[in-house]
Design a protein around this ligand. Structure first.
Ligand code: ZN
Ligand code: ZN
Length: 382
């Protein structure tokens, strides 16, 4: 082995071997396959998560163009080095006159025909500048959602990142579980969770960790407050680490003390609703079937009216992405989808109970990626 080979194999082992691999080129190819149907010859990509998905670049500013023969990434001088290092299979251009303006100027110079743009993200002002620099209005074709549609099916590298994020999220919650007791502040527990995520190698929390106790647990999206946990509080923990850009999402509900018969019954119904819904998660089933399975369990006990949100959502580069998992949804699940299943009930004066897992859709049984125990849910077990 020559020196160069040794150096590169060392690099490979230290930097790459533990990391799930991305296939940016294959993703761009899947995108290009849609061009004919959408009547475009190139797509201007302006959302940062889509740019990361298609090129590997993870800076906070950039514009990409995926064409049939070449793909380009424009960055400002802060990101030239980083983009050259991270972006795979695309030409990096340092923008001199503004990212969008330079990209539009390039499109005009190359006389590209129809170019798609993300009408779900681009502002009216940006579009006006695109038209001004990039040529006639008819050139620009609204094409929002094209990349998001591809992102629904996770490739093996992406599934691996989410699996890792789920494992880390689970471990952090199991570690912090021992610190959950009366007279501890909600915000302290949230901070402890996020600190431990980072110590274990996460980039951070995928969203602001929810710790909501007592009556506040009845607010499905309560922010952690300075409130101290009390005896006989229900406490909702909703957390997710982000790793390699990919999120996991998990909720557990705990009870501080010995729960009443009513609270036990509520918990067991929410748990049953969640587990029944997960059993329905399988390629070929409708997303709406998953929602219906959860709702059916709660309905039998007259609890459906306390379940005030949809059953789940897709997870990936963003914490909420496609597909929807809601009432009557006609989308069909496919292998590689990653969704959450998160039924909950919220009762004014009593509090809320929600249980959530992140689940990978396969042809057979789904793979649950967040595995924190649901058994040890109250303190003072008898
Ligand atoms: Zn969540
Ligand atoms: Zn969620």
């Amino acid at each position: 082995m020559n020196e160069e080979a040794v150096a590169s194999s060392f690099y490979f082992q230290t930097m790459k071997s533990n990391e799930p691999q991305h296939s940016y080129g294959a993703r761009r190819q899947r995108l290009q396959q849609q061009f004919e149907r959408r009547k475009i010859g190139a797509l201007l990509v302006t959302s940062l998560s889509n740019i990361y998905y298609l090129t590997g670049f993870r800076g906070s500013a950039g514009v990409a163009l995926v064409g049939l023969s070449e793909s380009i990434l424009w960055v400002d001088p802060r990101y030239t080095l980083q983009a050259t290092e991270q972006a795979v299979g695309v030409e990096v251009i340092e923008a001199k006159g503004g990212l969008l303006k330079d990209a539009a100027g390039w499109v005009r110079k190359k006389r590209l025909g129809h170019v798609g743009y993300d009408d779900a993200v681009l502002t009216c002002r940006d579009f006006a500048s695109l038209e001004r620099t990039g040529g006639p209005r008819r050139r620009w074709v609204p094409a929002g959602g094209m990349v998001e549609d591809l992102r629904i099916v996770k490739d093996p590298g992406e599934a691996d990142w989410i699996r890792k994020a789920g494992k880390l999220t689970t471990e952090v919650f199991e570690e912090v579980r021992g610190k959950i007791r009366p007279r501890v502040r909600e915000s302290d527990l949230a901070a402890e969770i996020e600190y431990r995520m980072k110590r274990k190698g996460a980039e951070g929390a995928a969203f602001e960790t929810i710790v909501a106790s007592g009556e506040r647990s009845a607010w499905p999206h309560a922010r952690p407050s300075a409130k101290l946990l009390k005896e006989n509080d229900l406490v909702i923990f909703d957390l997710g680490a982000i790793l390699g850009g990919y999120a996991a999402d998990m909720t557990r509900t705990l009870y501080l003390g010995r729960p009443s018969v009513r609270v036990r019954a509520l918990y067991s119904k929410v748990r049953e609703a969640e587990e029944r819904a997960i059993q329905v998660v399988r390629a070929g089933r409708l997303a709406g079937d998953v929602d219906a399975a959860a709702r059916k369990v709660l309905k039998r006990k007259g609890l459906e009216r306390y379940f005030t949100h949809s059953t789940g959502h897709g997870v990936g580069l963003e914490i909420h992405e496609m597909p929807r998992v809601s009432r009557g949804d006609k989308g069909r699940l496919r292998p590689g989808y990653v969704i959450t299943v998160e039924p909950g009930v919220y009762l004014e004066g009593l509090g809320g109970i929600r249980i959530e897992d992140t689940v990978l859709v396969t042809d057979g049984k789904p793979e649950v990626l967040t595995l924190a125990s649901k058994d040890a849910w109250f303190t003072g077990q008898d």
